[in-house]
Design a protein around this ligand. Structure first.
Ligand code: SAH
Length: 343
């Protein structure tokens, strides 16, 4: 018989589990705190539980259905976790610490592989296997906390997969992060390649986390050569949908733009982008392309990045350049490909 998975359960569910197993109900609150406040590695660390309760838990339940298969640490401190799922598939997450801030940001996956086929992204090359269920999504954060003993303060859905194509599990996982892990809505960011109908649904739900959109092009022509999703959801329609989204939620969106040499990094591209998003309530996050061996795209020159930034700023946008993190362990944006460490 499958064991009962504890991480992700509400206090009420844990209480019922305790009662079903002839334990007093108040033990559930202790377990709840060990899971969500302390993220302990195992039942023996739940030191205020009597041995008999711990034995019952070991017999009838387990904390997670996924496990850490491998962990790599970059020279900049970034950590990449490879998780093994119960069906033998793999998923990855990345933990980033920025020296000047107390924040600890975890980047998590929502799918095994990815179906979107962006031509520049390493995850796309894996193809698509399946959606992660919400338990597999939240367990990534639990296991990172259990392994490091640190509290994740910010969560970005920017790992493998397209979060908006796994909509119900996405929303359920966010709810659990907010309610049980005590991570505020504003500290959660969901990145999408632009699935229009789902963005409209988020608008209706008055989504309060940050929506980031991988735009990566100043127009439809360029976008469709690098992002197949643009065939289905056109550039103009995407921008208009985002305008609606900002009106309905009152929230600014983040426009993500990966700069690739001679693809989308010219002065004209910057001007055209500034024009297309001029009336969209948005900040821009420029990402310098992370090269990988399987791709022929190149990093832009430093001067091109600065010019691009300057043109957008001159148009009135707030622009940030995303710091490259963990490139030496293939943990940077677009490098997640769930490959096992070669030994
Ligand atoms: N599918 C979602 C979530 C992935 S987020 C989305 O498309 O937004 C990962 C981000 O890294 C996306 O913006 C993606 O376009 C970007 N990316 C992919 N390959 C990259 C690379 N080689 N260098 C820099 N960014 C890359």
């Amino acid at each position: 018989m499958d064991k009962y998975i504890l991480v992700g359960k509400t206090l009420e569910e844990l209480e019922n589990f305790m009662i079903d197993n002839n334990q007093s109900k108040y033990r559930a609150k202790q377990v709840y705190n060990w899971i969500y406040l302390k993220s302990v590695k195992d039942f023996d660390s739940m030191s205020d539980l009597p041995v008999s309760v711990r034995e019952m838990l070991k017999e009838k339940s387990q904390l997670c259905s996924i496990s850490i298969k491998d962990k790599q640490i970059s020279k900049d401190g970034t950590m990449k976790f490879l998780f093994e799922l119960s069906d033998g598939e793999y998923a990855e997450a990345v933990l980033m610490r920025f020296d000047n801030r107390a924040n600890l940001t975890a980047c998590i996956s929502t799918q095994v592989g990815c179906p979107m086929g962006c031509t520049f992204c390493a995850t796309a090359k894996l193809g698509y296997k399946r959606n992660l269920d919400y338990n597999e999504i939240i367990q990534q954060i639990f296991l990172i906390q259990a392994d490091t003993g640190l509290k994740v303060t910010n969560i970005v859905y920017m790992g493998q997969g397209e979060p908006l194509l796994n909509f119900d599990n996405l929303l359920k996982s966010i709810q659990i992060f907010r309610e049980h892990f005590q991570v505020g809505a504003r500290r959660i960011t969901v990145s999408t390649c632009g699935i229009i109908p789902k963005i409209k649904e988020l608008a209706k739900l008055n989504f309060q986390s940050t929506l980031a959109v991988s735009l990566h092009a100043p127009n439809q022509d360029i976008r469709k050569t690098i992002m197949p999703v643009a065939e289905k959801y056109k550039y103009e329609d995407l921008i208009n949908t985002l305008k609606l989204y900002t009106q309905e939620t009152g929230r600014r969106v983040t426009i993500e733009y990966v700069l690739m040499k001679h693809v989308n990094d010219s002065v004209e591209d910057a001007k055209e982008l500034a024009y297309s998003i001029a009336k969209l309530k948005s900040n821009v996050n420029l990402i310098v392309y992370n090269q990988n061996e399987k791709s022929s795209y190149k990093k832009p020159d430093k001067a091109a990045v600065q010019k691009f930034k300057y043109i957008l700023e001159a148009s009135g946008k707030k622009v940030t350049i995303r710091l490259e993190r963990g490139a030496d362990i293939d943990a940077a944006c677009g490098q997640l490909s769930a490959k096992m460490k070669k030994v």
